[in-house]
Design a protein around this ligand. Structure first.
Ligand code: SIN
Length: 538
């Protein structure tokens, strides 16, 4: 089956949906989402959107905070573009009806939250459910637009490419697995946008939803797109530590409103740091890791009990209710927390319009690397980046689509769900590969790395990868197999980038190279795929 449109958007978070609504007046848009359209990383974002809206704040200060967080690796042009567009993006969302929390005394102005590394209060938020509020409005907007067709439960497997007359590779669509019908479809378009979010599931512990398996990164890489700065994985300092509830984030905004990190003796962990609990995330996460190793305790605690309970319940209703559901009343007892993988600062390398190195292929949001984040993302800069880059990519894709002819039709191969003679997937083998990768990534390629640990991870991954490739050739293909194949690519890119960076900087901390080395490493790590390979056409 062939599905044609002017634009193909893969992913339905804030980046993908923003892009879709911006190009919809100029052509038809297909959006494919591997789960339900709202089951995204965006939907879980608690903190908010960093933007200069306060009278005492300036764009220059937001720029400087972002550069300081990125520790010498931010691309200043990207930083200035994204930060500069912040206020207009917020106004646009307000115009669409996103219910941002307003100031009590000035209901026409947004309340500004505070997070680590920001010199001012500048986080626009909808209580502690900002992502959900934005996602809902964007999804409603897109669903009501006749130019946009939403395809839920559709998982992209690989990109479709062809050689242009000038010999260059052009991306013309994607092979997509329709889970309900169990068939493979060819989605063809003039331009394709990867907006699939992050890859937290490559680690054992993560704040990300189950779908964060780096799909866009992997399919872009397999087609020949370059990857940049993949060693910089952000570990959020405060993921809830509770056996019944893994993956639940305790927003940095809790520390922004006075929450204090303490050890089990009640001693504040960050007391000796000049920025205290609001130091940059890499610093706080490492301090927690050190404290856990020193004390042997499985977690530390975040204490907000000194604040008025009514304020805590009003400001953090989601966190309050969720913690209460597992028996923790955060107004009277400290919250057990641990660091967990949270955000992929690197990704597919793009310019300031979201263009990858492949003709017709764009990448926006967490799957991409614009250079905004450098070696450590500043809190709440990512939803902002997704909005701004969706807007800019939409401009560029519109222009490119006008120039490009419609791609020739290609029938999907009779593959992979109906591959006769292929064995049904062996769930136990796939689950084992998945578990193995996530464990060694956590233990060897986590917060603290070393040459030895990275070497061990590389060896193990090469074995598991070979097995997964074998499963992919010989098993019937299902969602789990596709995702683990993608996770293996993400792990590979993180390991190889981390091995290449022989220093410690930002989120990459190596025991073998504990110092920052500006002379040799004040540069991005850029990886090229020497042998792109995508699904063959029938
Ligand atoms: C948080 O609420 O702490 C997450 C915000 C972010 O990661 O930017």
């Amino acid at each position: 089956m062939i599905c044609k449109s002017d634009y193909l958007v893969i992913g339905s978070g804030i980046a993908g949906l923003s892009f879709a609504r911006k190009v919809a007046p100029y052509g038809s848009v297909n959006v494919v989402a591997k789960k339900l359209a709202c089951d995204t990383n965006t939907n879980l974002a608690q903190g908010g959107i960093a933007a200069v809206m306060g009278t005492d704040d300036t764009l220059e200060e937001h720029v400087q905070d972002t550069l300081a967080s990125g520790q010498g690796l931010c691309h200043e042009d990207a930083v200035r573009i994204v930060v500069g567009a912040g206020p207009a993006m917020i106004e646009e969302l307000q115009g669409l009806g996103v219910p941002f929390t307003a100031q009590v005394d000035h209901p026409d102005l947004p309340e500004l939250g505070r997070e680590g590394g920001h010199s001012h209060r500048r986080i626009i938020h909808a209580k502690d459910m900002t992502g959900q509020a934005v996602q809902k409005v964007l999804a409603e907007n897109c669903l009501a637009n006749p130019a946009i067709s939403m395809h839920e439960l559709h998982l992209a497997l690989d990109l479709l490419t062809e050689r242009d007359k000038d010999g260059s590779l052009r991306v013309i669509g994607a092979w997509v697995l329709d889970r309900d019908q169990g068939v493979l479809k060819a989605f063809l378009a003039k331009t394709v946008v990867l907006a699939t979010g992050g890859s937290g599931k490559v680690y054992l512990y993560t704040t990300n939803p189950d779908g964060a398996t780096g799909d866009g990164l992997a399919i872009g890489w397999r087609a020949g797109a370059k990857a940049m700065d993949m060693e910089f994985v952000q570990f959020h300092p405060t993921c809830l530590y509770h056996p019944k509830l893994r993956n639940f984030l305790i927003s940095e905004a809790v520390r922004g409103e006075g929450g204090v990190l303490i050890n089990r003796e009640g001693v504040p962990i960050m007391k000796d740091h000049p920025q205290g609990d609001l130091a940059f995330r890499d610093v706080v996460a490492l301090a927690i890791d050190r404290e856990m190793k020193r004390s042997g305790a499985p977690c530390v605690f975040l204490d907000i009990t000194h604040k008025d309970p009514a304020f805590v319940k009003e400001r953090f209703p989601k966190i309050y209710d969720t913690c209460l559901s597992v028996g923790i009343d955060i107004t009277v007892e400290p919250i057990p927390v641990v660091p967990a993988a949270h955000y992929q600062c690197g990704g597919l390398m793009v310019d300031t319009y979201g263009r990858t190195n492949l003709k017709g292929l764009y990448s926006i949001g967490e799957v991409s690397a614009t250079g905004l984040h450098g070696a450590n993302r500043l809190a709440s800069n990512s939803l902002l980046e997704a909005l701004v880059m969706a807007d800019r990519a939409a401009q560029a894709a519109r222009e490119e689509s006008e120039r490009l002819p419609f791609p020739p039709e290609k029938e999907p191969p009779h593959w992979p769900t109906a591959r006769l003679g292929h064995a049904p997937s062996e769930a136990v083998l796939i689950a084992h590969s998945w578990d193995e990768i996530r464990r060694f990534m956590w233990n060897y390629v986590g917060l603290v790395r070393s040459d030895q640990r990275l070497g061990m991870a590389r060896k193990r991954l090469s074995l598991v990868k070979a097995e997964i490739d074998d499963f992919f050739r010989n098993f019937e293909v299902d969602y789990d197999l596709v995702e683990v194949r993608n996770i293996a690519v993400v792990a590979d890119l993180i390991i190889e980038s981390a091995i290449a960076r022989k220093e410690s900087r930002g989120l990459h901390y190596s025991l073998s190279w504990p110092d920052r080395d500006d002379l040799r490493f004040k540069k991005d790590t850029i990886l090229r795929n020497a042998s792109p390979s995508i699904l063959p056409v029938a």
